[in-house]
Design a protein. Structure first.
Length: 256
């Protein structure tokens, strides 16, 4: 990877709010993030992904700011008899530019396998959204030395047809690091990111050098800079720390 290719990847800091917040909370958090973003270019793209119920209110609060809006999941179909689900087209219509698919909590709680994640990712591209495809090993898989094999399999099985650096982001989130306060060492995280990029290269060729790879799992202001400083880590997917504007912005500040 040369310097020009690195520069092609504008970092992305994405907040995954998960199942948190009522309207007033979401509005206040989005407004606080938007206000900080309007103060000047933070050196990276910024995204918030609220729960479905807050997409309208958060979208309104972000108006006029460079902060992008995303969702946390979508169904693979355009519309139809899928009670409780939301399509990628509906998200686009509601103002989203991004959608996360294949988060480990979806994979575990809803039994989503790579084929399901791939179908959802393809729905996202069909609707004109940028998709964030999540991958990551469990602690048992890591202990068994299978991290890179598991992650490579997930990337291969979940990658949507038609993926380009403009419409695809991959998030590496070790399951054991999510919400636990534990993280891999920056060097260990970098090694997995490099493996993901190598896998992507086999699938989409040289364009893989321009695809943004995010690290996720217990990212905080205190550990973000070192993680974000790794050559193949192009930003973060942030859960818990995305629920406080100050902490979230502290992570964004890694790129200041
Ligand atoms: P965390 O969650 O930052 O709370 O560990 C990250 C995620 O699950 O996206």
């Amino acid at each position: 990877m040369n310097l020009e290719e690195i520069k092609m990847r504008r970092p992305l800091i994405a907040g995954n709010w998960k199942m948190n917040g009522l309207t007033a909370d979401g509005r206040a958090l989005a407004a606080a993030v938007a206000e900080r973003a309007k103060a000047g270019d933070p050196g990276c793209d910024v995204l918030v992904c609220p729960p479905f119920t807050l997409i309208g209110a958060v979208g309104a609060a972000l108006t006029g700011s460079p902060v992008a809006l995303g969702a946390q999941d979508c169904h693979a179909a355009v519309s139809g008899a899928h009670t409780g689900d939301v399509s990628a087209e509906m998200l686009k219509d509601a103002g989203c530019a991004f959608v996360i698919v294949g988060h480990s909590e979806r994979r575990a709680d809803h039994g989503e396998d790579d084929a399901t994640v791939k179908a959802k990712a393809e729905a996202a591209l069909r609707a004109g959204l940028t998709v964030i495809v999540c991958v990551g090993e469990t602690e048992a898989e890591r202990d068994a030395g299978k991290t890179e094999a598991v992650v490579a399999r997930q990337v291969k099985g979940s990658l949507p047809a038609g993926a380009t650096p403009a419409n695809l982001v991959v998030a590496y989130e070790p399951v054991w690091a999510i919400g636990t306060g534990r993280t891999p060492t920056p060097a260990d995280a970098q090694a997995v990111h490099a493996r993901i990029r190598a896998e992507l290269k086999g699938l989409i060729g040289g364009a893989a050098d321009a695809v943004r790879l995010l690290y996720g799992g217990s990212v905080k202001p205190s550990n973000a800079k070192e993680l974000m400083g790794q050559p193949d880590i192009d930003g973060a997917l942030v859960g818990g720390a995305a629920l406080k504007a100050e902490d979230f912005w502290g992570i964004v500040g890694s790129y200041a």
